[in-house]
Write a protein that binds this ligand. Structure first.
Ligand code: ATP
Ligand code: MG
Length: 419
């Protein structure tokens, strides 16, 4: 009986070919730009104690209440696959002694997991790039982090399609006053609110501003804005951020009703939004989360960060070109195989990309070489080998020449340099 192949899990992806080129282009650009800004790479576990996320993201958020992949392990410990990076990085900052590097400028990327309804640009296992500054209360940190995001989007060639929406959620005093005003306002429209928003009203009224329900959106448009509740300190902090952004040449637009889904945000909150991905238009989002460390039992540690969905960025960029192979090595006959392996190895150790097909006649192998887009073919025939030579053919001009085996690498190197 034939065995049935197990199917992939709903909402997961297998990434290869063009999708993979796009994905890696985003990751490589991120790595290039984060170095310009002095952000250090960090790696953290894919799973944590459930408490790491439940405490820091807040029980009332969508992520914690509906989207986490949580399970007991074999010894009964309650674990969760990370739905984002910030909580885990803050846990690591507290438990791995990263305080000594404070302010810590950290960059990472990898898979994250959320139990959502899969659709275009929305998966259950997706991938984020993530940048955080942990241990900095200065508005310069906000400016730094937003500049990094802005330059990344520019280097990906998508800046013209994306707008930075910026808001402040104030300090705790501002936020509490605003929260009370929001509850009062929404209570006046209680019967028209969606059931979900009705439930959020007293627990997390800010989230109603984030509702995707069209009717809620209309009501939210007239809701009180944070500006009337900002303490002087919070207002001057926001001013420092916006003037800093102007100095850095980062364009932004004010969105006084922008909130973030997670509970721990204070002060700066932002989203880079594109009009090209429909309902999945937020490509990069984040903010200041000064309250998080304390929620995890640490000392007060001001911090700010953002995350971007790699798949969403990958959909927006132009198709990247893969670097073409430089050389195809083509052995003719049994005797030529090991000399071919030897040349192949020498080329690669000299930093020249080279490949060899393992089967087929001369014609088939030349077709393969053309498919790889190589500049040179190194053909090892019986007669040349007897003279310790091989034929090097330029695939561009068609010229070919017999060259001593021990000079082939140097010859190709110098020709490639002269290009
Ligand atoms: P959304 O409103 O789209 O659900 P979110 O507020 O849940 O987004 P964040 O928690 O801020 O998103 O995550 C940061 C980024 O990760 C998003 O801006 C988006 O690019 C990406 N992202 C979030 N959820 C998914 C998902 N399920 N699949 C793919 N990318 C996602
Ligand atoms: Mg979401």
């Amino acid at each position: 009986m034939k065995i049935k192949t197990p199917q992939p899990i709903r909402g997961t992806q297998d990434i290869f070919g063009e999708d993979s080129l796009r994905f890696n282009h985003v990751v490589n650009k991120f790595d290039e730009i984060r170095k310009l800004y002095g952000f250090k790479r960090a790696e953290i576990p894919v799973f944590e104690s459930t408490a790491v996320f439940a405490r820091s993201l807040g029980e009332t958020t969508d992520v914690v209440s509906k989207e986490m992949y949580s399970f007991p392990d074999r010894s009964g410990e309650q674990l969760t696959l990370r739905p984002e990076f910030t909580a885990g990085l803050t846990r690591a900052y507290l438990t791995s002694g990263w305080q000594q590097y404070s302010p810590c400028k950290i960059a990472t990327h990898g898979p994250v997991f959320r139990y959502e309804r899969p659709q275009k640009g929305r998966y259950r296992q997706f991938h984020q790039i993530d940048a955080e500054v942990i241990g900095a209360a200065e508005p310069e940190a906000d400016v730094e982090l937003l500049s990094l995001a802005d330059q990344l989007l520019e280097s990906l060639g998508i800046k013209q399609h994306v707008t930075l929406h910026l808001n402040t959620l104030g300090d705790s005093a501002s936020r509490e006053a605003w929260r009370a005003a929001l509850i009062e306002y929404f209570q006046g429209h209680f019967d028209s609110l969606s059931q979900e928003s009705q439930e959020r009203l007293t627990r997390n009224p800010l989230r109603i501003l984030d509702s995707k329900d069209p009717n809620d959106k209309i009501i939210a448009e007239k809701a009180p804005i944070i500006d009337d509740y900002l303490t002087e300190e919070a207002a001057s902090f926001f001013k420092a951020v916006t003037t800093g952004l102007d100095a850095a040449g980062v364009a932004w637009t004010r969105d006084p009703r922008l909130v973030r889904g997670l509970d721990y945000y204070r002060h700066t909150a932002f989203e880079f939004i594109t009009d090209q991905l429909g309902a999945q238009g937020t490509v990069l989002a984040g903010g200041r989360y000064d309250g998080l460390s304390e929620a995890l039992g640490g000392n007060l540690t001001p911090a700010i960060g953002w995350a971007a969905g790699i798949e969403r960025l990958a959909m927006l960029i132009d198709e990247p070109k893969e670097d073409a192979m430089n050389v195809a090595v083509i052995p003719l006959g049994e005797e030529a195989k090991n000399p071919a392996i030897s040349i192949l190895s020498k080329l690669r150790h000299a930093g020249i990309s080279a490949d060899m097909s393992w089967r087929g006649n001369m014609k088939r192998r030349m077709q393969k070489a053309n498919g790889w887009g190589v500049r040179y073919a190194v053909i090892l025939g019986e007669e040349e080998l007897a003279r310790n030579e091989a034929t090097v053919r330029s695939m561009v001009t068609g010229e070919q020449q017999a060259i001593a085996l021990d000079q082939i690498v140097d010859r190709i190197l110098s020709e490639l340099r002269n290009k």
